[in-house]
Design a protein around this ligand. Structure first.
Ligand code: B12
Ligand code: SF4
Length: 502
């Protein structure tokens, strides 16, 4: 049977260094593989993706333009490209998916150049949508879909999470025919050829600041350990992958699955990394942590968020994570030789300016306490950027404080909103410029005193030097304008893993 009309899937530029396997568009491609003609254009690899897109569209072989969009830099290509495509090829149907599209669907659809949004997983919704368009059937029965009809936005119900073991395999070899797969297996702190792998949907928790919550509503489903192992082994044997970074929102939800995977991967001698919750993993047995460590799990990312129990409650961190536990767990992991990578969210709203400021000071002091119990702990500092978790206590207080998201899609690519996305300088009314400076200054001093072990370009000598230069500031607490440390960071191109990954 001949293949149906073409689908151009675009992965906009997210990082100018170390492109990762574009799992979002690859998984979407898997859902239509063998039924539709498809191609991927990867903005992380192409010098001029726009030229390539136009060249492909001019062939007349494509009826659909699918674009994945996470907040931040991806918008800089997703927005102007989609807009220009609408002008140059008005017949083309433009479909967006990904976290930005799902969470900011109103603004996207109001732009006039996004026709459909896949709300969350696209594995069934996308092929069903294409089939409905091809056969001129209605869309109302397709789950996970958002579109406009007679000027009204229609949001269809959420589908049950799919069984990941039953999804079509990712077409790695087809991707390899567009872009050599080796280009995606990059050198990182974990290995020479690091595989990016995504093994589960969603997350079972409802942290009130998290963009995963409105999409997955506290649901999680993972691929089995055996299937993950098979995929990883394929990438190892065929393409030489030697380390893994798991891109799951919460890889370690199931202790049984984590340990099973650890036992399977152990003989392969691959270093691996993933994301977890402190309260979940603190319940893991010592033998399980030992098994993870022995299997090559070198570092785990945790949302520590803050040492303030009241704020942890407001963040809805499941009700079980406390400041004390965050500290003790950092010490516990040390015994197993697993580096905790703790991320903090500073600058949450409070009733008064003094309170916002006091919390920042307390968190800075707390971070220093963690470093004292386990100096290897990697610290990531984000500034709180609201996500539209309607109905949550935190989001209500954010709206009450006068915060609003942009109303026009194009406003998201203004420099201010780009900083918002990067969680570096949000436009939140309760955070005053002096507080942002304080956070950034402390972060610079901390990164000087304790350079991230994931920056593999920083030689031992440079590390020693910058640590020595930063010592007095870290010790004395005089963080203001650490120009000398910034200069070294600039000259040596210090890499912060939160911006570009490892
Ligand atoms: C890899 C990754 C990155 C990489 C980008 C790599 C790349 N694209 O080449 C890097 C490290 C650069 C990155 C950076 C950032 N990231 Co990021 N990233 C991820 C991560 C870990 C995995 C994405 C992925 O591949 N998922 C696997 C695929 C299969 O899942 P999926 O994307 O959800 O795709 C499914 C559906 O969404 C849908 N779908 C998705 N796209 C499309 C497109 C079409 C056409 C269709 C039909 C369907 C569809 O169908 C897919 C299959 O079911 C996610 C977390 C996660 N687990 O998804 C965060 C995540 C997307 N990132 C996030 C953020 C905030 C960022 C940053 C903006 C900020 C930061 N400091 O972290 C920076 C931006 C900096 C930058 N330079 O862009 C947030 C977004 C949250 C939000 N507010 O919306 C996430 C969710 C992490 C989190 N839990 O907070 N990121
Ligand atoms: S545990 Fe992590 S991924 Fe899950 S809701 Fe909380 S912040 Fe989001």
């Amino acid at each position: 049977m001949p293949l149906k009309p073409g689908v151009l899937l675009f992965n906009p530029l997210a990082t100018s260094v170390k492109p990762r396997i574009p799992n979002s568009v690859l998984q979407v491609a898997a859902s239509i593989n063998g039924q539709y003609c498809w191609t991927i254009v990867d903005g992380n690899i192409e010098r001029n993706p726009w030229e390539k897109i136009v060249r492909l569209l001019e062939t007349g072989d494509y009826r659909y333009f699918g674009c994945t969009v996470m907040p931040g830099p991806q918008l800089k290509q997703a927005i102007p490209f989609s807009k220009q495509i609408r002008e140059m090829f008005p017949e083309l149907i433009i479909i967006w998916g990904g976290y930005f599209a799902s969470n900011q669907y109103k603004t996207c659809l109001e732009s006039g150049f996004v026709d459909f949004i896949i709300n969350g997983p696209g594995d069934y919704a996308f092929p069903q949508l294409l089939s409905a368009i091809e056969t001129k059937a209605g869309y109302g029965k397709i789950k996970n879909l958002i579109y406009k009809q007679n000027g009204q936005i229609i949001k269809t119900p959420k589908a049950e999470l799919s069984n990941m073991d039953e999804l079509s395999p990712l077409p790695y070899d087809v991707l390899n025919s567009f872009y050599p797969l080796e280009k995606y297996l990059c050198k990182t702190y974990l290995g020479k050829k690091t595989i990016a792998y995504h093994s589960s949907f969603g997350c079972p928790f409802t942290c009130s600041f998290c963009a995963v919550v409105p999409i997955y509503n506290a649901r999680w489903k993972g691929r089995s350990a055996e299937m993950i192992y098979k995929d990883v082994l394929y990438l190892k044997q065929k393409y030489g992958g030697d380390a893994i970074e798991f891109h799951d929102n919460n890889f370690f939800v199931s202790e049984k699955r984590s340990v099973e995977f650890a036992r399977l991967i152990s003989p392969e001698k691959m270093i691996w990394w993933g994301e977890a919750r402190i309260d979940t993993m603190d319940k893991y047995k010592d033998e399980s942590l030992q098994a993870l460590s022995e299997s090559g799990c070198r570092m785990i990312f945790f949302g520590a968020e803050t040492g303030n129990d009241e704020v942890l409650k407001q963040m809805d961190k499941g009700g079980t994570q406390t400041g004390e536990q965050i500290l003790q767990f950092a010490a516990r992991l040390r015994k197993f030789n697993i580096i905790p990578e703790y991320s903090f969210v500073l600058g949450t709203p409070a009733e008064t300016e003094e309170e916002v400021n006091r919390r920042i000071d307390e968190d800075i002091a707390f971070i220093k306490k963690i470093k004292a119990v386990n100096p290897d702990t990697e610290i990531i500092i984000y500034t709180y950027s609201p996500v539209p978790t309607e109905g949550s206590e935190l989001y209500n207080s954010v709206v009450a404080a006068g915060f609003r998201f942009p109303e026009r899609l194009e406003d998201w690519i203004s420099p201010q909103w780009e900083n918002f996305d990067l969680r570096k300088n949000p436009l939140t009314p309760w955070l005053k410029p002096y507080m942002i400076d304080k956070i950034r200054d402390f972060e610079t001093v901390l990164n000087g005193r304790y350079p991230s072990c994931s920056d593999i370009q920083l030689s031992p000598l440079k590390r020693k030097l910058i640590k020595a230069i930063s010592y007095w500031r870290y010790k004395s607490g005089i963080y203001t304008s650490p120009k000398e440390i910034r200069l070294f960071h600039k000259i040596w191109k210090y890499r912060q893993p939160e911006k570009e990954g490892f």
